[in-house]
Ligand binder design. Structure first.
Ligand SMILES: O=C(O)CCC(=O)C(=O)O
Ligand SMILES: [Fe+2]
Length: 158
């Protein structure tokens, strides 16, 4: 479970668009997101053909934050377990940076459903090799860490 507090920002704009959580897919089975009325920012790009690649350029949909509603994001484990029938939900959190955005404090709860370490998963079509929960999580963490290292290199070189 992740308890997120995105701090309030002053209502200034330099004309650029920023994100406080970059585009990503979660590597769990299913993420349940809880927001508060009016604290918008989440944008989703569902149905993307990927297992956690950090791409850009697709169509993004803004999700209205509402108290009492639960946003369910498909994670990479459900994607591979379903032999890619259900695609991971690519998502990001926009920073308030344009007129009309919500600039106040934003609270969000992300409940990540992770597999037990010794559980075994494989889809009915056996598209991917059978893995334990521990192997799946370990691979996902290493892949994300490698992607982050690559990104840092690009930023450092710029
Ligand atoms: O704050 C949100 O609405 C999303 C957070 C999120 O995507 C994450 O923690 O993985
Ligand atoms: Fe996420």
């Amino acid at each position: 479970m992740r308890l997120l507090h995105y701090f309030a920002l002053s209502e200034v704009s330099d004309g650029k668009v920023y994100h406080r959580a970059g585009a990503h897919a979660d590597w769990d089975f299913l993420t349940l997101l809880f927001h508060r009325d009016g604290q918008d920012g989440l944008e989703i790009c569902p149905g993307r053909e990927l297992v956690t690649e950090f791409g850009t350029g697709d169509e993004w949909t803004k999700v209205k934050a509402r108290t009492g509603e639960v946003v369910c994001n498909i994670g990479d484990l459900l994607m591979s377990w379903s032999d890619d029938r259900f695609k991971s939900t690519f998502h990001r959190v926009k920073a308030p940076c344009e007129p009309g955005d919500y600039f106040g404090d934003r609270y969000s709860i992300a409940y990540f459903n992770q597999p037990c370490k010794d559980s075994l998963t494989q889809g009915p079509l056996k598209k991917y090799p059978i893995v334990t929960g521990a192997q799946f999580t370990d691979t996902a963490m290493k892949r994300n860490f490698a992607a982050l290292q690559e990104k840092l290199k690009t930023v450092a070189a710029a």
